[in-house]
Design a protein around this ligand. Structure first.
Ligand SMILES: Nc1ncnc2c1ncn2[C@@H]1O[C@H](COP(=O)(O)OP(=O)(O)OP(=O)(O)O)[C@@H](O)[C@H]1O
Ligand SMILES: [Mg+2]
Length: 445
């Protein structure tokens, strides 16, 4: 499929000239004569690139840019400026414009910008992480995922917590014809019913107290792409009925809206609960289950794919050593043995956290069994004879920090030492205390 470009310029001759050149490059072009019209088109269809004039009556290029970035942060926007209006261009770059072109420009310059803007940026995107595995069970799931990615049928992904359900959902999106469209995730367990509904389907201005402006729901934002309905088992029953209707009709009703809005979205739902059990309890609609269950991908827990443990461990070792600039290179044989023996109730997420912490604890190029702190070992009960005082002190400090979510003041109080002591100890161990913050185990520390 050829890439689609939206050209927005208030000068019809400019629109025509740009279209002609871009079509010669093999692109599919749509044009709009002002920002508002451009935005309407952008909301309706999926575009790979937007080229807009900076100065237009009504909605300016920068305003359009902001709106587009809000809808689809990854869509590149190139702005056109008249000679000498550099301030506007600087502001545009700050707002996330991909680049700007000074008029007049040659087709060569245009070609260069366009090909840079359309180059896949998967490598630098934190969203597209590889799925590391050598397990036949997993490879089979991935084969099936790529196969079903081609259609737009709903997909249900189940698996214990931390098995990689969200990762797999992104993988499916990226291997689907919708990959250039948005990937929008919503956690159905995180919001109360009323908020969840307007989050999913949007609302009209004034539809309830506090609805001061119109708001698009995640389904609309995912138009042309994929929506991840995370933890679907927790969705309230009333909303399940509405969701079923959306899946059947392919259109949504904003809260307080007068007419349905058609959306083209591939839904992926995840659950770490047994949905048939939820159905028996009357907490999940059977008809919705059948609708979502057209394709069911089951992620095996880590303990059922032991061959992945050393592979993932090496992968996370390399990743966190690089991110933290620590010269850690390998595991001792005992460390690998310890990893393989453990049952990993928290699956890959737990393994990732354990390795992350071990990389920070390691005092040489080698991670030892001692550096690997597994849940069952944490706690004073396991800190008896056989450990050096120094090691006990270290474990106690780490465990305390973990319990208080990284709050050094509280940890210091509990341990009866000063905050400075904690800071110094952490420095001595080569640990960045931020890793203890809840949910703060991702990315650089
Ligand atoms: N096979 C894998 N290769 C590399 N990283 C993985 C793999 N599986 C999971 N991860 C990593 O483990 C962490 C947890 O994965 P993810 O969030 O997808 O799990 P989940 O099943 O959605 O968990 P939960 O049920 O708790 O929401 C993420 O950081 C993810 O990148
Ligand atoms: Mg998840």
């Amino acid at each position: 499929m050829e890439p689609r470009v939206l050209v927005v310029d208030d000068e019809p001759s400019m629109c025509r000239a740009l279209s002609a050149v871009l079509e010669r490059f093999g692109l599919k072009v749509s044009t709009a004569l002002d920002g508002l019209q451009g935005l309407t088109k952008f909301r309706r269809d999926v575009y790979d690139l937007v080229i807009a004039d900076l100065k237009m009556p009504g909605m300016s290029g920068v305003e359009l840019l902001k709106e587009i970035k809000r809808i689809s942060p990854r869509t590149p926007v190139v702005l056109l400026t008249a000679y000498g209006t550099i301030e506007g261009a600087v502001e545009a770059m700050k707002e996330g414009a991909f680049d700007f072109l000074q008029k007049p420009f040659s087709p060569e310059v245009l070609r260069d910008v366009v090909s840079r803007a359309l180059r896949p940026r998967d490598q630098d995107s934190p969203k597209s992480r590889p799925i590391i595995t050598q397990s036949p069970l997993m490879l089979e799931v991935l084969d099936m995922a790529r196969e079903v990615a081609k259609s737009s049928a709903p997909i249900l992904i189940t698996g214990e917590s931390g098995t990689g359900k969200e990762l797999l959902a992104r993988y499916i999106h990226e291997h689907s014809p919708r990959s250039r469209g948005p990937f929008v995730a919503i956690n159905c367990a995180a919001l109360p019913e009323g908020l969840l509904e307007s989050e999913l389907f949007g609302h009209e201005r004034g539809s309830f107290t506090g609805a001061v402006s119109q708001k698009k729901g995640k389904f609309e934002l995912a138009h042309g792409g994929t929506i991840l309905l995370d933890e679907i088992s927790e969705m309230p029953l009333a909303l399940q009925a509405k969701l079923l209707r959306v899946l059947q009709e392919g259109e949504i009703d904003r809260v307080g809206g007068l007419k349905p809005i058609p959306v083209d979205v591939r839904p992926i739902a995840t659950s770490n609960q047994d949905l048939s059990e939820r159905i028996r309890q009357g907490k999940f609609r059977e008809d919705l289950y059948f609708r979502l269950n057209v394709v069911h991908l089951k992620l095996p827990p880590l303990r059922e794919r032991e061959e992945d443990i050393p592979l993932l461990a090496e992968y996370f070792l390399e990743k966190y050593a690089r991110l933290n600039g620590k010269p850690v290179k390998e595991f001792s044989p005992e460390a690998l043995e310890k990893l393989s023996r453990y049952s990993w109730p928290g699956n890959v997420r737990q393994l990732e956290n354990v390795i992350h912490r071990a990389v920070l604890l390691a005092r040489s190029e080698r991670i030892t069994a001692e550096d690997l702190i597994l849940e069952e070992e944490i706690g004073v009960g396991r800190m008896g004879a056989g450990l050096s005082l120094r090691e006990m002190e270290k474990r106690l400090i780490i465990e305390t920090l973990r319990r208080v979510g990284g709050n050094r003041t509280r940890a210091a109080k509990l341990l009866g030492v000063s905050v400075r002591t904690i800071r110094n100890k952490l420095k001595e161990y080569g640990i960045d205390g931020r890793i203890f913050a809840k949910g703060g185990n991702d990315g650089a520390v």
